[in-house]
Structures are given as C-alpha cells and as structure tokens.
Design a binder for this molecule. Structure first.
Ligand code: LRH
Ligand code: MN
Length: 433
C-alpha cells in the first residue's frame, strides 16, 4: 500500500474507532436503559445482531449499469481475486459479510485452489454459486436467445443443464453449499410460448441439475416477474417457484429477490407462505421503487424490509424446523462506490433484524387475539421507531469492526489506491457487468 492505509488492518480500524468510542459507550448505555424499561436485555440483541451474516454478491463490487450505459468507477476490480480483496474490506469494517456469492462464468478462474486460499486468507467463505444461462459467451456452441433450461431445442437445454452441473462442481471445490438458478427464459408476445410446455421443459431440465446435487446442498429457485422477457417469464412468481421446488424434492427451496415483484406486492406475506411450506431458501436483498432496480437494501422502503425480518424473527420464535434461509445481497451500484453501498446495505439488514428482535411478541399476540388493531400496529411501529444504531456499532466493535465503516473506508484511501493500481479498462458499455 502506498500512502493509503489498509482498511483491513486491525490497528487501522482501532485507530479509526479511538475518538468515537466514548460517544458509542454513552449512546449504548442510554439505549440499554430504554430497552431495559421494556424488559429487553440490550446485550442479548447485540450478540444476535453480531451473529447475523450476509453474503456479498461478487458482481456487486464492480460498477453496475443499465441497458443504457455503465459508467465504470475508479479502481474497478478486474478479476475474482480483486473482487475478493474488496469483499475483504467490506467484511473487515462491518464484520457482517463473511461470505461471497460467486457468479459463473463471470468469476471463472482456472486455479480454484488459489481462489479458496485467497478467500480463507481474507477470512471469507463462499455462499451459493449462481449459474448464468441468460447470456451467450464467446465460443458457446448454442445460443440462449430463445431460452436455456426451457428452450424448445433439447440440445440447448442439455448445454444449460451441463453448465449448472459445472457450477455445482466448482462450488464444491470452494466450499459452497447451494446453487442459485435464475433464468431469464420467457416470451415477449402472447403465442410465442406454450406456457404449460415451457414449464414442463423447465422441470425436466432442473430435475437433472437437482439429481447432481450433493446430499448437503440446496438448489435455490429464483423467481422474477419480468425482464428480460416482457410478456411471460417461465419462473414468474413465488407460486411457480414453490410448485417447482415441491416437484423437485426436499433440497429445492425458493429464493426471494426483493426486486422481482410488481410494485406494492406484499413480499412479507410471500415470505410467510414460503416459511409455512418449509421452502424459504433465502433472499437477494436490495430495494426498488418501480422494477428490478437493484438499489441499496433499505434505501427506499426500510419499513418493508423490517416487516420481512419481522416474519423471519417470528418463525425463529415459533421454532420452525430446518429454518435457515440464506441472506445475500444482490445489488447494482451505478452512481455510488460499490464498497460503500454494500457496507451500508449489510448494516441496513442488521438494522431491520435488530428492530424485529425488539418487537414485543407476547403483547403483539395478545393484541392480535383480542383484535386490538391499533395497538397491534403500534407494537410493530414501536420497535421500528427505535434507533438501534448503537447496537449495530457495538456489534461491529465487539468483532473487530469499525464504529463508522464509511468514514474509516474513506480515511483509508483504499479506493484511490485501487485507482492507481487497477488501470481503467476504458469506455462506457452497457449491461450490469
Ligand atoms: C436477476 C438477478 C439474478 C442474478 C442477476 C445478477 O435479475 O437478480 O439473481 O443472477 O440478477
Ligand atoms: Mn437476484
């Protein structure tokens, strides 16, 4: 490192915390008194929040784009190893993101052993791997223009199945335990597809991928309402995803990407239903106002995020068996520093979780039983309106993180140093990677 400090260096982090520690202690003790009067032991919440982990999307540390343009930022990671280095900075400062979710072939590398070593050295592991049959890559024999796992040509389906099985093989070498399958397959016009036939072909293809799963793996089915298909998407909604998971078998679960629903859809209700069906496999957290905007989690509608975590904490409280949804971010950063956005987003997930832990569930159940509607709603609001910032900061410090990760990151000069070391790859393109 030249003039910059290494934001992963525990001493650098301790220095950046030094003049913030006293204020944090005061704020934490004052919140502790407030929660104490509610019968809540603040340290219990802090420990639970500290243990809450989210996976970073490898494709999120580069600058995202839209179909109109992508404006590369300074010091972009150029390969999976540089992506891991950036993920290590996020985890060092937040202590909330110990795993990375890879996307193949975007993160393809010949030397998987070196990749695993690099991750281990950075204190990182690998969450679900993501397959990609929504793009053609150079040298690919058959195109996915008209679909992949649901293509009418069996040879194209076989090619897509083989790619997914390769992803499982790669993930096994890296220690992943899940494969996320999102396909853009669908139709742009009525009549283009036989809607039943497309789904049948999907089930036939994914059953072959399912059969290749190691016994301790999960297959995560990710639904999406539209884009790139604009009339009918084969795996369009949670109902179709659940149907597929239940048809495939017990290792198949449903992944909920928050941006994959029509505006105003009650996503916390979908979460409650998938929990009931014992098929909630995980999340791609982000936020959106209109479509699949992939904005920072909690940046548009933090109350909706809180309501989703309220369902997760309720399920934990009800001791739902085998309840272990995977928490992952899936965002596209077009106008912010991806490292800053991912740190802020991981913290917003912890904030939603902490608030949900503050819900007085006995009181809520009583108000629900007696149909005291106002007080039931107020009970949730009371938890949501609690400023849990000191809990989030204390949870970070307890694990060697920064009280103010963004300030520490900026003070480190990491991005400027990357800009010096990682020459820009010229020109603006379009598309997310
Ligand atoms: C599709 C999606 C999917 C990923 C991709 C990067 O919109 O959410 O999870 O494969 O984004
Ligand atoms: Mn997603």
């Amino acid at each position: 490192m030249s003039s910059a400090a290494d934001p992963r260096d525990p001493e650098f982090i301790a220095r950046s915390n030094a003049d913030r520690q006293a204020d944090l202690t005061a704020e934490y003790e004052s919140l502790g008194r407030v929660l104490g009067r509610r019968g809540v032991e603040i340290d219990v919440v802090t420990n639970a929040v500290g243990a809450f982990a989210t996976a970073i999307p490898s494709w999120g540390v580069g600058t995202g784009g839209t179909r109109f343009a992508r404006f590369p930022g300074p010091g972009e990671p150029r390969d999976v190893f540089e992506k891991l280095a950036d993920c290590a900075v996020i985890h060092a400062l937040t202590r909330a993101t110990p795993t990375v979710s890879l996307h193949l072939p975007w993160d393809y590398t010949q030397d998987l052993a070196a990749l695993r070593e690099c991750a281990t050295a950075a204190g990182l592991g690998f969450d679900a791997v993501n397959s990609n049959t929504f793009q053609d890559r150079s040298g690919q024999r058959l195109s996915y223009k008209y679909g992949s796992l649901t293509h009418t040509d069996a040879a194209v389906r076989e090619q897509a199945v083989a790619h997914n099985i390769d992803c499982i093989a790669t993930g096994r070498q890296l220690g992943s335990k899940a494969l996320t399958v999102w396909i853009g397959d669908g139709a742009n016009f009525p009549g283009q597809h036989n809607l039943a036939g497309a789904f049948e072909r999907y089930l036939g293809s994914v059953a072959q991928i399912y059969a290749a799963l190691p016994p301790d793996w999960r297959l995560l089915v990710e639904h999406k309402m539209y884009e790139p298909a604009f009339y009918a998407t084969v795996i369009q909604d949670w109902g179709t995803s659940l149907l597929a998971a239940q048809t495939l078998g017990p290792q198949a679960h449903c992944l909920v990407d928050l941006g994959h629903h029509a505006p105003n859809v009650n996503i916390e209700m979908i979460v409650a239903r998938l929990i009931h069906a014992r098929r909630l496999g995980g999340f791609h957290f982000n936020d959106s106002k209109y479509g699949d905007d992939d904005l920072d989690a909690g940046s548009i509608d933090p109350f909706r995020l809180f309501l989703i975590f309220n369902e997760l904490v309720d399920a934990q409280a009800r001791r739902v068996p085998d309840f272990a949804p995977a928490h992952m971010l899936d965002q596209s950063h077009n106008v912010t520093d991806p490292i800053e956005s991912l740190m802020a987003s991981a913290i917003e997930l912890q904030r939603a979780f902490a608030r949900a832990l503050l819900v007085d569930r006995d009181k809520l159940a009583e108000y629900q039983r007696t149909n005291d509607v106002l007080m039931a709603a107020q009970t949730l609001r009371h938890a949501f309106n609690t400023d849990v910032t000191p809990i989030l900061a204390r949870a970070r410090v307890q694990r060697g993180g920064a009280i103010d990760p963004i300030a520490a990151y900026r003070a480190s000069g990491y991005r400027e140093d990357c800009a010096r070391k990682r020459p820009a790859r010229g020109g603006s393109s379009s598309g997310i990677v």
